[in-house]
Design a protein around this ligand. Structure first.
Ligand code: DAH
Length: 342
């Protein structure tokens, strides 16, 4: 028994893993373990011997168990500490910072305009930026040599017939041809191009939003009501609109429309340049020639159309002094828009 105890001690001291400890357990107190076997020898002994022998074996087993429990808890703690060390998280380390993108301010303005017109039953349509002279000019009542063409210094592409659209108005023609004489109402926001030198208020590429409605008995008062509501939607309920006689070959009568300055309310300020009015765009009653050329009977149908610059709206609404800010994609400027767009 002394020998067994010494061997056991040696065995315990050489163990440094839980798996080794488990095989030691099997070796001593498992089904065929050394101490288990010692118990099974009891039946060969006399009652006298049994008592003493039994006590000794019990002692040996208790000794084993106490050593085993102690070592097991030590090894468990060691394993836990190792795990904690390897998985340690330093909560004082600085975190990752995420930069989030934001919608471009021109897109935000377009979305505002679209949601207003969609709520009134308009469809939002698109047209190509590379356009035919036929749609950009001729079918809008601007024949070749028409003096009003000069006002829109145009980029031609391969020939006199193909150009970069100088306005979104050709989408009027495309829509009428597509609707084949049926009434409709559309808006079309999109890019347009003119041969301008870029400066604070000019950009060779800019955006317009076109609008057109064709139906029976559409009148100038429908146009005025619609643009007045749009102005209030964009600039606040306090603004009023003003319509001035103007000329566009595709509308008759034609108007330019202004909105009262939403910032100074009639006092004059930097936004309205002291005039108390802000010019937004052009509009009018669709010229009968335009309707007839696109297959609509101008005796039966009338319509109104309008067009305005998106940058112009964004510039006055967000007090952006230079149109080039929209196109240089300086992140500091974009983030500033994000903050002010909310
Ligand atoms: N296309 C014109 C421009 O670029 C704006 C315009 C004026 C559009 C009157 C219209 C309109 O539809 O009826 O200056």
């Amino acid at each position: 028994m002394e020998n067994i105890k010494n061997q056991m001690n040696d065995a315990f001291s050489s163990i440094n893993s839980l798996t080794d400890l488990e095989s030691l357990r099997v070796n001593y107190i498992g089904k065929k373990g050394i101490i288990t076997e010692m118990y099974s020898k009891m039946k060969e002994l006399s009652n006298e011997e049994k008592k003493e022998y039994g006590m000794k074996v019990n002692e040996l087993r208790d000794f084993f168990n106490s050593k085993y429990d102690l070592l097991k808890s030590e090894l468990n703690e060691k394993a836990l500490n190792e795990k904690l060390d390897s998985e340690m998280i330093d909560v004082t380390l600085p975190g990752y910072s995420f930069t989030t993108g934001s919608a471009h301010i021109l897109d935000k303005v377009i979305e505002e305009i679209e949601s207003f017109y969609m709520s009134m039953g308009y469809d939002v349509v698109e047209g190509p930026e590379v356009e035919k002279d036929l749609y950009n000019f001729e079918m809008l009542n601007l024949q070749k040599g028409h003096p009003a063409r000069d006002a829109q210094d145009t980029f031609y592409i391969s020939s006199d017939e193909i150009l970069l659209r100088s306005q979104t108005s050709p989408v009027q023609v495309r829509t009428m041809l597509e609707k084949k004489g049926e009434p409709f109402r559309i808006i079309c926001p999109g890019k347009t191009y003119r041969r301008d030198y870029d400066d604070a208020t000019h950009s060779h590429q800019f955006m317009q939003c076109e609008g057109m409605i064709v139906d029976k008995e559409i009148s100038l008062s429908d146009l005025k009501g619609t643009l007045d509501l749009m102005a209030k939607h964009l600039f606040g309920d306090n603004v009023v609109t003003r319509f001035r006689p103007s000329f566009y070959p595709f509308t008759e009568p034609s108007v330019e429309f202004d909105v009262s300055c939403f910032k100074c309310n009639g006092k004059g300020c930097n936004v309205c340049k002291g005039t108390t009015w802000i010019t937004i765009g052009g509009a009018g009653i669709v010229h009968p020639n335009v309707l007839n050329m696109a297959g609509y009977d101008s005796e039966k149908y009338t319509g109104f159309a309008f067009g305005f610059g998106i940058e112009r709206i964004a510039m006055v609404k967000y007090e952006v002094p230079d149109v080039r800010c929209f196109y240089t994609n300086d992140l500091r400027v974009c983030n500033e828009f994000e903050r002010r767009g909310e």
